[in-house]
Design a protein around this ligand. Structure first.
Ligand code: ATP
Length: 219
């Protein structure tokens, strides 16, 4: 079982910590606010009230033994950077940190964060794509040029095989999975048929995905 630590219990950190715990994982949380610690104490494995910028605190809880540490301190940018740095210095394998803005994200990567999340930016992006084309159910930006999207099939794709659709040649994207109700085909082949209501999980360049988005607006 993996060991997780979540530092900073804003809405984002709270949600990560309690979800991981409800999924059966060991979760340690640290927050300097006693009320937050009391609120979460029955919903995680260990809840510690402390200032995580204090190196001795991180050493005392044995932070280096955790597989993943989420630094979800929000508004105190200085604290978020310092805690991320200390976790990496102490040897935490994977640190995911929450950033307020692009500049904050840049600094977090510089001090060693393995992954930086901008929750408002990421969610805004997903919602915008869904607003433009209701067929786009989810949109995950992998980097500035590539994304993974979930697309509800558009009518002209129905009852065709992947080979017939040839999305790779037409749009330059790859279909990674086909969701059909509760079933997910994670290694779709050319002969797999697209049915009404199916959802395709597609990876590709943003500009190629945009072409599909435009196409699906017509329906
Ligand atoms: P969200 O948007 O997720 O609700 P936020 O971005 O507004 O959160 P904050 O409320 O600023 O985030 O901070 C999240 C939590 O981090 C707070 O509960 C705060 O007490 C805690 N926190 C801030 N600095 C430290 C620190 N040095 N050590 C431990 N906890 C801290």
């Amino acid at each position: 079982m993996k060991q997780y630590a979540v530092i900073g219990l804003g809405r984002f950190g709270f949600s990560i910590a309690t979800t991981l715990y409800s999924m059966g994982h060991d979760v340690l949380v640290i927050d300097k606010d006693e009320e937050k610690i009391q609120e979460i104490s029955d919903l995680v494995t260990h809840a510690i009230q402390a200032d995580a910028t204090d190196e001795t605190v991180l050493k005392a809880v044995g932070i280096r033994n955790f597989d993943v540490v989420a630094v979800t301190i929000g508004s105190d940018i200085q604290a978020s950077i310092l805690v991320t740095l200390l976790c990496k210095e102490q040897g935490v394998n994977y640190v995911v940190a929450k950033a307020q803005n692009e500049l904050h994200a840049k600094v977090l990567y510089k001090v060693g964060a393995d992954k930086v999340i901008l929750p408002e930016h990421d969610m805004g992006l997903r919602v915008a794509h869904n607003l433009v084309s209701s067929n786009i159910l989810d949109y995950i930006e992998l980097d500035p040029n590539y994304s993974v999207v979930e697309i509800e099939v558009i009518p002209k794709w129905i009852d065709k095989t992947l080979k017939q659709l040839d999305l790779r040649a037409k749009y330059g994207v790859n279909v990674m999975a086909i969701k059909h109700g509760d079933n997910i085909n994670i290694s779709p082949g050319g002969n797999d048929m697209i049915n009404q209501g199916d959802i395709l999980v597609v990876i590709g360049k943003n500009k190629d995905i945009e072409r599909i988005e435009k196409e699906s607006q017509k329906f």
